[in-house]
Design a protein around this ligand. Structure first.
Ligand SMILES: [Mg+2]
Length: 236
């Protein structure tokens, strides 16, 4: 596997959910509850990726925007063949369950805090999330990671969220760095697209929500299976 020589880089941008914060249990439980309540004929493992994308997308929308866009948002495979209003009921139920589980079932990936503290001694660190910046701040604070990040960018700080590279470019601009001096670490295809469009080194962690094969098809510079492998990518 390709190793990263940190001397070549001055800044690293982290995605939050799926890279630092593990929300997969909350999503799994929300899916299981929905499958049971609505007697849906789907395999939860197979729909996780689609639902993770959906949740990531609607998390940052105000309710009117969700409703306005609900017809398109709900054109997802796992809800195919179901009437629109039932789709809406299922999606709202699932999203509520997810929010119910999120705080108690989610924690940071094991070892990611050590990696962050080591990296912070060598390079600048930032967070880029499609969620609210305040949410990222709260999670970092809860796990004593706030001091390591000089910049946090959420959907509220950009006009276009990932896969648009705007957030990455904004951070590079703030740091006064060239794309070749920065790394972006994400876990979804939207992260890979954003990283490639910004021309930074893109590391993708297949930490559970997206299928590794799907991620590979989007050609990140480096693709790893989990946090343990991510830690091994860096040469300290
Ligand atoms: Mg993510």
């Amino acid at each position: 596997m390709e190793k990263i020589n940190l001397e070549k880089y001055k800044g690293i941008i982290f995605d939050m959910d799926g890279v630092i914060y593990d929300i997969s249990e909350a999503i799994k439980k929300a899916v299981d509850d929905s499958v049971e309540k609505y007697d849906m004929n789907v395999n939860p493992d197979e729909v996780m990726e689609e639902i993770a994308h959906l949740i990531e997308e609607i998390q940052n929308y105000p309710i009117p925007k969700i409703l306005l866009n609900s017809y398109d948002l709900l054109k997802v495979k796992f809800l195919e063949g179901i009437s629109f209003f039932k789709k809406l009921r299922i999606a709202i139920f699932m999203f509520n369950q997810f929010n119910k589980y999120k705080d108690d079932e989610s924690t940071i990936f094991k070892g990611i805090d050590d990696l962050i503290s080591k990296l912070a001694k060598n390079v600048k660190l930032a967070i880029l999330t499609n969620n609210k910046s305040q949410y990222a701040e709260e999670v970092l604070k809860k796990f004593n990671l706030s001091n390591y990040f000089s910049t946090i960018i959420g959907f509220n700080d950009v006009t276009e969220v990932k896969p648009n590279p705007e957030g990455i470019l904004k951070i590079l601009n703030k740091w006064d760095l060239k794309p070749s001096e920065a790394i972006f670490i994400g876990d979804m295809t939207t992260d890979i697209e954003a990283g490639k469009a910004a021309n930074v080194k893109m590391i993708c962690v297949a930490s559970g929500l997206a299928q590794k094969e799907t991620l590979r098809e989007h050609h990140p510079d480096i693709l790893v299976d989990n946090t343990d492998e991510l830690i091994k990518v860096f040469d300290f």
